[in-house]
Design a protein around this ligand. Sequence first.
Ligand code: PMV
Length: 331
Amino acid sequence: MGIGCAGRLLSFPGMTSVSAPGKIILFGEHAVVYGRPALAVPVTQVHADVEISDSSKDGIWIDAPDIHLHAELNSLPSDHPLAAVIHKFFAPLSSPHFLKEKMGGQRGVEIKITSTIPVASGLGSGAAVSVALICALSSHLSHPMTNEQVNALAYEIEKIHHGTPSGIDNTVITYAKPVYFVKGQPIEIFRVGKPFTVVIGDTGISAPTKEAVGDVCVLWEADKARWEKVFDKIGEIAKKAKEKIENGESEELGELMNQNHALLQEMTVSSQELDQFVEAARKAGAWGAKLSGGGRGGNMIALVKPEIAETVAGSLKEAGAKNTIITTINS
Ligand code: PMV
């Protein structure tokens, strides 16, 4: 079990600050919704940040400048993802006066939410905000939660964002460790035998995961036998990739990324821009590349020798990437 939120919060009297990382899916997106394994890792270069401060003003005030939101909790619809996190956090705390009791002389709180994670781009922005907000509430109101509790609550919010999420985003962000994820099974954190370098390229096109997942579901409904085979192939790739990462044979992941991308193309979740970026990365010397996340836009990833990471990032920029991140994957 273990107390959740460890290592990501700063707490002072009257103020709590929490950060949660973004994430990438290395292998297995979409097939993971159908029970196949997937691998995801945190990306700390981008993060969601939540700061809670005691306030002399009554109520729970939410300030999210990135989305031009400044509102009291009760003025928001209850299914607003930020309001939903707070309502679901308080729901099991039977006393309606919980907040006031915990707050002593104070009357309310101000919750400031910011994020450097691009929205709807496969980097886990929604899950990171949820996890940071849950952890901030838990710490500020001295109501300790386990990782399992944080993860379960964040999953409830993912359902509002995505409809039928596998739960991979909230899991990798809650645990902030590389995870081998199979829907409905206990969390498995995997070891990275030897650190490896990934370049992330952002198309700048926001693409709701819900739509891509819905379209794959339509394909699957029309020909289950065909798509189950495709999902099996992706699941096998994810299993092989985990072995290679644990054994420190990460250069060999490139070919597996290429195979995974081809299957995602077949599933219709790639796009012209993603394919161009994948091609540009390979031409610049990447060992392999694929889209990452829901697809149709958002981000792609390329596996590179550390020495050529900048070159590959430059080629992605030339191909039109709005942003690139170079990240080292380790345990
Ligand atoms: O949130 P995204 O875009 O990284 O997508 C998550 C991965 C999917 O497999 C496409 C959906 C899911 O719920 O697992």
